[in-house]
Design a protein around this ligand. Sequence first.
Ligand code: ZN
Length: 251
Amino acid sequence: MRILLLSDIHANYEALDACLNTAPPHDIVVNLGDIVGYGASPNEVMEVCRSIGERFVRGNHDKAVATLAGIEDFNPVAAQAVQWTRSHLTPENLAWLNALPQGPLQLENLPGTQFAHGSPLDEDEYIVNTQEAEIPLKAASCPLTFIGHTHIQGAFAYVEEAVKFEWPRYRIPGSSENVELQLQGGARYLINPGSVGQPRDGDWRAAFAVYDSGAQVVTFCRTPYNVKAAQERILAAGLPPRLASRLSVGR
Ligand code: ZN
């Protein structure tokens, strides 16, 4: 089975559209959460997400928009975007967002693999470095966990008693690129497909991944998108300008 992994779309319609137009062949879509928040196209993005897949875990922004839970931990810019999104979603989309399940999620025909927003142990926890990855890598109930939340694409691997971080080595800035990671038997992984709509790893291109469970290969993908159009929508919506400017630099 080939799974298209989308995470942290953050209401960026232009980025989502580019990902879907360049995605390698896949059988199903799993969405790792933070569909909304920050960007200016929450209804448009939700409608696309709902039409392409039925497997979702909620993100902290989805939860905050739906219920205001956890908003006290958000910085002022993020909290402003939560309130803006809450007031612009259709009642139906708001109800749908509120019904999203908490991770980790497992698929009936995919043993040993799970999907979460933050850590498999805590949906709100950020796993940024190998120290933070060690406990969830060892304690996760599945050897392979796909996560989002940090907006940083790459794989934490626990192999032969050591934790390492592997990230895709891209070569052609500004173009669509794919880099494959062959998973090793016996290793444990936390793999982040990166953020579709607000990358923070210094590469402005939209990030996502495809996992081929038969071949045990994760293909990391980057694709350029119409950043200017996404930025103009954010500014026209009256959202904080920082949410527009950061998209150009992937930070
Ligand atoms: Zn996010």
